[in-house]
Ligand binder design. Structure first.
Ligand SMILES: *Cc1c(COP(=O)(O)O)cnc(C)c1O
Length: 408
């Protein structure tokens, strides 16, 4: 098992003995599905009738005019059902759950977006659904908890440890060990033990396949550079994988939070602060101290606030195929403002990291060049987080009045 799923010196499957059979079943199901031409068709059919695939490629004419340099194009993953590329992964895994004949799904979630996407998929396919979430996150992310519960999922607040994402992951694994005959664990990104990185990248590859075809149709040439934000790395892998064999520069953008020197960030591949370790069943760069204790991470974008990173991307950093940069909270909020006002698009705070880095580099590009940005999700669904990031006083007044109305 251990020798499978390695990317250079990263990845693997470091599993408790009891889960080995379940992982073997998942690997077999995935391999069979992948080699069955009907499966990709079944997947693209459901994505085109239930989510909004193919998502459009938008020419950002006003941003292009503003920077007076490269032509800007935006891949619109924000138009997926539930508002982000996460739908690509959960719907794909849902089809595998049906193939395995299982009836229950579990997931862990930090900010709640993967939880909402999983609960949506479970409702659609008729699966029972349990979502593990740190108690602190349950308190911070009430709107997403509200939706998960309305969609029919059970949300279990995890009271162990620091009561955040990593504790929810441990709890989800505990559930899986107990219920593996009926239950599939829907991992949310290109991390975790094999086959999850490969499997999630496979479903997200739909982004890059579409984008490559779309840009060639429209411009009759490839982009110069592609930017994508990197939390676990799934939307980045999705768009990048369409262009690995092309002479296209690929740029992954992590969260620099309050600044790399502040220590308040989630820059694993773009800073010197992370080191290689094994945790949560796989080997990659983690933000950890010398004893292997995970550090606190910070980002204005909850979806990028993660201690580990995809083993596939860790390897692509080592081979030099992908360049990694980081954008600060401040740069991200500014980039989001500019994009809203110039294009009428509302990128998620996560996606705005990709925009921020592209804007920083725009002055060095010429008019012949093409920049492609992956807008992984939309910001309007996260109005509470976005309004906080903008520190809008009128919004704060509105919330205060609403709270007072409840008390009256
Ligand atoms: C969850 C999320 C991310 C981060 O996840 P990746 O696996 O790195 O793609 C990025 N953007 C949006 C909108 C998200 O919801």
């Amino acid at each position: 098992m251990i020798d499978r799923g390695y990317y250079g010196r990263f990845g693997g499957a470091y599993l408790p003995e009891i889960l080995v059979a379940t992982f073997d079943e998942l690997v077999d199901t995935f391999e069979n599905a992948k080699s069955d031409p009907a499966f990709w068709k079944e997947y693209t059919d459901i994505m085109s009738t239930y989510s909004c695939r193919p998502t459009p490629l938008s020419f950002a004419e006003n941003l292009t005019g503003h920077f007076q340099g490269a032509r800007f194009f935006i891949k619109r993953e924000d138009l997926n059902h539930t508002g982000a590329h996460k739908a690509n992964n959960v719907m794909g895994q849902g089809l595998l759950v049906k193939r395995m004949g299982k009836s229950r799904v579990i997931a862990e979630t930090g900010a709640g977006q993967h939880g909402v996407a999983t609960a949506t998929m479970a409702a659609k396919f008729g699966f029972e659904c349990t979502i593990y979430m740190g108690e602190v996150d349950v308190e911070r992310q009430r709107p997403n908890v509200f939706w998960m519960e309305r969609l029919g999922a059970e949300v279990i607040p995890v009271r162990e440890g620091a009561r955040i994402l990593k504790d929810a992951i441990n709890e989800a694994f505990r559930d899986w060990v107990t219920n593996m005959d009926t239950t599939h664990y829907v991992l949310g990104t290109v991390c975790g033990p094999h086959p999850f990185p490969e499997m999630v990248a496979y479903f997200q590859s739909i982004i890059g396949k579409e984008a490559r075809r779309q840009i060639l149709e429209r411009e009759a040439r490839l982009p110069t550079r592609i930017y994508a934000c990197v939390g676990g790395g799934s939307n980045a892998m999705g768009i990048f994988s369409g262009f690995f064999d092309d002479p296209v520069e690929l740029v992954g953008v992590e969260a620099a939070g309050q600044g790399l020197e502040s220590g308040q960030h989630a820059a694993r591949l773009s800073s010197e602060d992370a080191s290689i370790g094994v945790a949560q069943g796989y080997k990659t760069y983690f933000l950890q101290d010398n004893d292997g204790q995970m550090k606190e991470t910070h980002s204005v974008a909850a979806g990028l606030d993660y201690v580990g990173v995809s083993p596939i991307l860790a390897n692509l950093k080592e081979t030099g195929r992908v360049r990694f940069e980081a954008a600060t909270d401040r740069e991200v909020v500014d980039a989001m403002s500019l994009t809203m006002q110039k294009e009428g698009l509302i990128p998620a705070l996560e996606s705005a990291h990709a925009f921020a880095q592209a804007f920083k580099e725009a002055p060095t590009l010429s008019k012949e060049e093409i920049v492609l940005i992956n807008q992984s999700g939309r910001g309007d669904k996260d109005i509470f987080t976005v309004a906080d990031a903008f520190a809008d006083p009128k919004w704060q007044e509105f919330i205060k009045n609403k709270a007072e109305a409840y008390h009256a």
